[in-house]
Design a protein around this ligand. Structure first.
Ligand SMILES: [Zn+2]
Length: 101
């Protein structure tokens, strides 16, 4: 049975997410990362379902509906924080549910 992963690129459309010090939008970076991750995972035969395609706004309710109706094995939501200090090295990972290891 084929593994199914829902990839949720955070934000989109009028919801820009975090804005970096150079004006980079979280929503644009999240979409790019989502595409790169999907490209890699599809090489391993994994079925990918996106909660949004391109720079469009999708409500949280719709994202949940997509995730639940897909019967996916995993749901990965991609977000990127911003920092005004370029020396910032910390990252935040939030994992809910079963361990991935
Ligand atoms: Zn975010």
């Amino acid at each position: 049975m084929k593994l199914i992963i829902v990839i949720d690129p955070g934000h989109g459309g009028s919801d820009l997410g975090a804005v970096g010090p150079t004006g980079l939008y979280e929503s644009h970076v999240a979409w790019k990362i989502a595409c790169m991750v999907a490209d890699i995972l599809m090489r391993y035969g994994i079925k990918i379902i996106f909660t949004r395609v391109g720079d469009v706004r999708v409500s949280l309710d719709k994202r949940i509906e997509i995730a639940n109706s897909s019967k996916a094995d995993y749901f990965v939501s991609i977000h990127i924080n911003s920092a005004n200090n370029p020396k910032t090295t910390k990252s935040k990972k939030i994992r809910l549910g079963e361990s991935l290891s």
